[in-house]
Design a binder for this molecule. Sequence first.
Ligand code: AMP
Length: 238
Amino acid sequence: MSSSMTAVEQGREASRKTIPGPILLLGAPGVGKGTQAKELVKLWGIPQISTGDLLRGNVAQGTQLGRVAKEIMGRGELVPDSLVDEMVAVRLQQPDTADGYILDGFPRTLGQAGWLDGRLAAQPDSLPVVAVSIQVNYNQLLRRITGRRNCPVCQTIYNVYVNPPKKDGFCDIEGAALTQRADDTEEVFKERMRAYGALTAPVVEHYRALGRFAEVDGDRPIAAIAAGIVAAVERLRQ
Ligand code: AMP
């Protein structure tokens, strides 16, 4: 490695040599799992598998799963494990997952975690999961959720308070009118947080106990959080 490289460049160089394997991004709604997953995709070239995005895709296409999921998601509740596990199983069969993948928003219950652990244990050549939990306090999350806007074309995520587009309401890259998720209201956020505390917080404890687990402070600039996640994955993969 050249000594003239900056620390960030050296980190990138080292990251290219890491086989990332399965990475779980855990954390409450709005901590930035999707944003961070996209940073890791750029770095490692492995896919982001967001169960929220997959479900919204099913809703948009009007599939049978989408019809079931739509109302549940609109209330901020969790879609039943069996449906989500099956959807993830189908996605993991794609060849682009061979060197690893970033699960964003899955597992969200101990049942889903047990299913994933069993699936990986049945594949002896698979690397074990590395789990990274992103932490942000409640009031920040509320601001992030109610301020979140999405580009429907390139999926870039903005926030009207902390990461606004250059032109109000429009994507910097595509120029498309930004949209707001139907469940990004204060009322639905409260239910999503309740579901998180009751059903997903135990998943974080499950992976903490298994080791290969790290917590990162999500109340920092996007690049600083990404650097923290990359450093944690590199360390936990050694
Ligand atoms: P997200 O985009 O990750 O915030 O997810 C949006 C919504 O999709 C959640 O509030 C749930 O209703 C549903 N959802 C996403 N992932 C899961 C999952 N792993 N298990 C159950 N429901 C999920």
